[in-house]
Design a protein around this ligand. Structure first.
Ligand code: EPZ
Length: 416
């Protein structure tokens, strides 16, 4: 199983380009299931999760064409609205086919995703919303089975802000009879990117980016060409890597407008950040100052950046308090950071990080995607060599990570 070997101590410097967003591409590729016409997507990141989704969609009867970061999907012959366990178990986001399949085919059989390292992550709100739109939904033998002649518009309220829940119900509502209102909707930029793509396909959506989204259903949708937005979490991860190593970098093909809460915290930590139209520059101080964070739905501080900030606070001057309010088990990286010499105390959903002068290289284990990113950052600042095991987690969400880090001057290589 692949491992990553990092020799710490290099200050990151130079420029790299940011890839398309995993968490926008996943729902947007599923939107192609809603139309009989071909849809073309550009800036699609070449990630393991994207490959898994394309295989899943392909076995439903969808023609999949891919060339570099361009993907064309033709769902005119969609005839198998089923998402089997074998595929869904490797990637929870497969649940995003449920709404489009029910709306387009009047039927879907989708394996329940099951839990994951960071939490139980149920999909009850996805199911509740489809039932409110008139679908008969049963959960049997580990599968969600939904049936309805045609969905009808409804007023939906989700018990908590759910990103893929909002995306699934918004896609389903596009072909429903009448108007749907989603209240307490997720406001994430990826939800807005999906809504923009759906509107380009002929959907009638207003309010995306706010907590109330209105969708007036239409008879059918058409094809389009859509460019996937930049990955704000990948952007934030490289900003943290440069900040922790005392570096100076420029990230192109991205923007700080999706990352205000993260940029604010990095500036509080002492970084100089310059936002350009289509790029971000960061210059780090000699040593960062500790910054406390509390994760919450957008536009607050993203949970997908929590682990990376635990890593930078591990070597900052001072004490930071980190509160994780979205997922119940998202501190797995803390024990691995402690193996590198970090001083971290956990109490329920709160971590207290006392910055230390120096981390020491060691062998550590990645447990989930963002936890592995925090171990990469810690390895870049640690003395000596750090070996990260189970890096397949990284491949799920970071395109060409070693090449990009090496381009910024890091000493990093993959070990088979
Ligand atoms: C999305 O997951 C992202 N994944 C996650 O990114 C991200 O961490 C999360 O949103 C929060 O920002 C994708 O977009 C593919 P939620 P999602 O539904 O939609 C509870 C990464 O690292 N909940 O917003 O699955 C849930 O358990 C990944 O790229 C229910 O109880 O997250 C959680 O506590 C990790 N019932 C909270 O709501 C439901 O039906 C928010 O989860 C739905 C959610």
């Amino acid at each position: 199983m692949d491992k990553l070997l990092i020799e710490g101590g290099a200050r990151l410097s130079g420029e790299i380009a940011i890839s398309g967003a995993k968490n926008a591409a996943l729902p947007i590729l599923c939107a192609a299931l809603l139309t009989r016409e071909p849809v073309t997507f550009t800036n699609v990141p070449q990630l393991k999760d994207i490959g898994t989704l394309l295989k899943l969609i392909g076995q439903m009867g969808v023609k999949v064409a891919r060339e570099g970061d361009t993907v064309t999907l033709d769902a005119s012959a969609l005839d198998n609205p089923v998402a089997p366990y074998e595929m869904v178990k490797t990637m929870r986001a497969s649940i995003l086919v449920l709404g489009p399949l029910v709306a387009r085919c009047g039927e879907a059989r989708v394996s329940l995703p099951g839990g994951c390292a960071i939490g139980a992550r149920p999909v009850d709100q996805h199911i509740k919303g489809l039932q409110a739109m008139g679908a008969q939904v049963t959960v049997e033998h580990g599968y969600v089975h939904a049936q309805v002649p045609r969905l009808r518009g409804a007023r939906l309220f989700t018990d908590m802000v759910t990103v893929t829940g909002t995306e699934n119900l918004m896609m389903a509502a596009c072909l429903a009879d009448g108007e749907t209102i989603i209240e307490n909707a997720a406001r994430e930029p990826e939800v807005v990117d999906l809504a923009n793509c759906l509107v380009a396909m002929g959907a009638r959506i207003s309010g995306a980016g706010t907590d109330v989204i209105r969708i007036r259903g239409v008879e059918s949708l058409s094809g389009t060409t859509h460019r996937i937005m930049p990955d704000r979490i990948e952007t934030g991860t490289y900003l943290c890597a440069a900040a922790a190593t005392g570096g100076e970098i420029r990230l192109s093909g991205t923007s700080s407008c999706y990352l205000d809460s993260v940029v604010d915290k990095l500036m509080d930590a002492g970084c100089d950040i310059v936002s350009e139209r289509d790029a971000i520059r960061l210059k780090a101080p000699e040593r960062l100052t500790s910054v406390s964070i509390r994760t919450a739905p957008y536009p607050a501080f993203p949970t997908d950046m929590q682990a990376q900030f635990m890593a930078i606070n591990a070597v900052a001057g001072g004490t930071a308090v980190i509160r994780e309010t979205i997922f119940e088990n998202r501190f797995m990286h803390a024990v691995e950071l402690q193996r590198l010499g970090a001083d971290i105390r956990i109490d329920g959903n709160t971590a207290v990080v006392q910055g230390v002068a120096q981390l020491q290289g060691a062998t550590v284990m990645a447990t989930d995607l963002r936890a592995s990113a925090s171990l990469v950052i810690a390895g870049l600042v640690a003395e000596g060599e750090t070996t990260i095991e189970r890096i397949y987690h990284l491949d799920r969400g970071y395109e060409h990570l070693e090449e990009k880090l090496a381009a910024l001057g890091a000493r990093v290589r993959r070990l088979a």
